[in-house]
Design a protein around this ligand. Structure first.
Ligand SMILES: Cc1cc2nc3c(=O)[nH]c(=O)nc-3n(C[C@H](O)[C@H](O)[C@H](O)COP(=O)(O)OP(=O)(O)OC[C@H]3O[C@@H](n4cnc5c(N)ncnc54)[C@H](O)[C@@H]3O)c2cc1C
Length: 605
């Protein structure tokens, strides 16, 4: 596996918020997230500064700005996703994500893997979601001994009894009952102990020995090369071209040349996030480049989806805060916590312990209310409470709406302009669709109703729509589909550009024998909830297909290309037993996974 970024955390791919620094002060994590995000596409017009000292350098023609750091001469302002960003490091965005892991609602958001049979489809999703939840370690009970959490949860349940208000499902666990600290789960919970070289050859519960795994960091996957020439069907990937970006030290010449090398595999999986996955395929010549004449993957980057994000922050209502200190009807742990706090800090005007865990409440997507709401106190790239208020009484409201994949909305890659990493520059062409724009409007009203039930707006954080892309839930860039339209189009080859999906629901790219895609870009539907759990579910399904194909054809020489006439199979329950049966030797034990960091040791005996 190659990773273009570096290993930034001591435990590879772990969550940076686990550090004590951020557990003590969540606002400090806002800056970490800001530092981790690089904007995808910046219109050059927004880089012209009218206030510039007239004596300073400026281009002769000011419309010709430089094209460094995502500045993109092809990007218009009006149809950009200005806040869409990427994170480049081992673990990707999971090293800073919020860990919210709800399921998609059937009928409103969830893709149909088996559209012809509802029961089979329901069973498949039930299985995949259960396995995905256990893989990443999802829980809804880690905040149940938080005063603030229970206060927000109960207030909203009373005010909106029919909205299914519940604790936000989160991939994390509390270090111990009553502890103020949690361990946030990230890609390291998926890699698990695979980096441990001493475990190579270890048999799993089915007595299959573990192979070797290497993750090459600072190594760009540049492009894939086919071994089937200009064939448009039965395409086979021969090698992946990769580049060690920091290899100058090995070149041994005074004028270092980039070190390129190739990786040969039986099967290739591109899972580099919703922007870079189509980017690598575009750089391979498969499609998605502006005005490209012939495209092997015509749907690449087309019909992208995004989430309108409404945000505000409130300070809890006076009565709500007063009620926290009225202990008669409160459980014992609550009484103990408040009494201990009052005793230790008699001058604190709030009855809330300093280390009381934050609220983590969710209003899930429902029919009639097709948006996802997080009512919590957490860090994003914005929304720092700062010195404006005591963070203990601040509550953030984040409401996510959805957008369907419209044929005019796309991510297109430029020829001749590259991003900082030398890959084709992505340009967004995106405007909200009217149908779902109305939903966003209704969502905003709903958010203000919910805010009013909780308290008053924090100055500077009144209800607002955030810059498009800020949800960082870009979807549809390498969308999965049934290929029905593709089938129709093989009969009318000329209309091929209308093909509506990139891969089938095994995540195998149409017409390719050994190429798979992963990540949020695979999700073809309009969705409001956070997508990562669903991407994990779809990826688990893809692994089964890869394993099965290679078991039937161990050399990988006779793999079959994905075509729309193939019948998809449900994932056998037994395949995912290790993620369902707590007694299985391979069932992930997230609590035992990492030992706490106690001392610094170099070259220990
Ligand atoms: C502030 C924030 C909050 C979030 N909150 C949530 C949440 O609560 N719930 C949720 O579901 N999601 C959330 N997300 C989104 C979530 O983190 C992503 O959905 C998830 O990490 C996507 O995983 P991925 O592996 O598909 O992509 P990424 O995490 O983007 O990883 C892609 C990796 O590919 C690497 N790469 C890119 N190009 C190349 C190349 N050419 N060669 C080699 N490597 C390459 C990148 O460096 C990166 O490490 C949040 C994200 C952020 C930043």
């Amino acid at each position: 596996m190659t990773e273009i970024g570096d290993q930034e955390t001591r435990v590879p791919a772990s969550h940076k918020k686990n550090e004590i620094d951020y557990q003590k002060d969540i606002d400090r994590f806002v800056r970490v997230i800001q530092g981790a995000l690089s904007n995808v596409s910046v219109p050059p017009s927004s880089t012209v500064v009218p206030e510039l000292d007239p004596s300073a350098w400026r281009p002769n023609n000011e419309s010709q700005m430089t094209i460094t750091n995502g500045r993109n001469p092809f990007q218009e302002m009006y149809n950009n996703l200005p806040a869409e960003a990427v994170t480049r490091c081992v673990g990707g965005m999971s090293t800073h994500w919020t860990c919210a892991t709800p399921e998609f609602l059937k009928g409103e958001e969830r893709p149909k893997i088996f559209p012809e049979d509802e029961t089979v489809d329901d069973d498949e999703w039930k299985l995949l979601y259960e396995a995905a939840r256990n893989l990443i370690g999802v829980s809804s009970t880690e905040f149940e001994e938080s005063i603030r959490h229970n206060t927000v949860l109960d207030t909203l349940k009373k005010a909106f009894p029919k909205r299914g208000i519940r604790p936000l499902p989160l991939a994390c666990h509390r270090l111990a009952k009553g502890s103020p600290y949690v361990r946030w789960h990230a890609a390291d919970d998926v890699y698990y102990d695979i980096f441990d070289q001493s475990l190579f050859g270890k048999p799993n519960s089915e007595n299959i020995k573990r192979g070797k795994f290497f993750l090459l960091t600072n190594t760009r996957c540049t492009k894939l090369h086919t071994s089937t020439g200009s064939a448009t069907e039965n395409v086979h990937i021969g090698i992946a071209e990769v580049m060690d970006l920091l290899a100058d030290r090995f070149s041994g010449t005074p004028s270092p040349k980039p070190v390129n090398f190739a990786i040969r595999a039986k099967v290739y999986v591109i899972a580099a996030g919703a922007v870079a996955t189509p980017q690598i395929l575009a750089n391979s010549g498969f499609g998605g480049i502006r005005e490209q004449a012939s495209e092997l993957v015509p749907a690449l980057g087309k019909r992208i989806t995004e989430q309108p994000l409404a945000f505000c922050q409130i300070i809890l209502n006076q009565h709500i805060v007063d009620n926290i200190g009225k202990l008669d009807d409160k459980p014992q742990w609550w009484k103990d916590a408040v009494n201990a706090h009052k005793k230790a800090h008699p001058k604190d005007p709030l009855p809330i312990p300093f280390q009381d865990p934050e609220p983590q409440v969710n209003i899930p997507v429902m029919e009639g209310f097709p948006w996802h709401a997080q009512i919590h106190r957490d860090a994003f790239s914005y929304g720092e409470a700062g010195p404006r208020a005591d963070s203990r009484v601040v509550v953030d409201l984040r409401f996510f709406a959805r957008q369907e994949g419209d044929s005019k909305n796309r991510l297109v890659f430029e020829k001749g302009v590259t991003d900082v990493y030398g890959m084709p520059q992505p340009t967004f062409e995106y405007t909200p669709t009217t149908k779902f724009a109305d939903e966003a409007g209704r969502m905003m009203k709903d958010m203000t109703d919910v805010a009013n039930a909780l308290g008053g707006y924090l100055p500077g954080s009144s209800p607002q729509f955030m810059a498009p892309g800020l949800a960082l839930h870009l979807g549809g860039t390498v969308r999965l589909g049934q290929g029905k339209e593709l089938l129709a189009e093989t009969e009318h080859l000329k209309k091929k550009d209308k093909a509506s999906s990139v891969a089938n629901f095994n995540s195998q790219v149409w017409n390719f024998r050994n190429l798979y895609v992963g990540g949020n870009g695979t999700i073809p539907t309009a969705f409001a909830a956070n997508p990562t759990l669903t991407s994990i579910a779809l990826a688990l399904r893809a692994t089964r297909h890869i394993v099965k194909a290679l078991q039937a054809d161990p050399t990988g020489d006779n793999l079959k290309a994905a075509t729309p006439d193939q019948k998809l199979e449900p994932t056998p329950r037994g395949y995912l037993n290790w993620l369902r049966d707590k007694n299985d030797a391979d069932f992930p034990d997230h609590e035992a996974l990492r030992t706490p960091h106690k001392e610094v040791v170099v070259n220990a005996a």
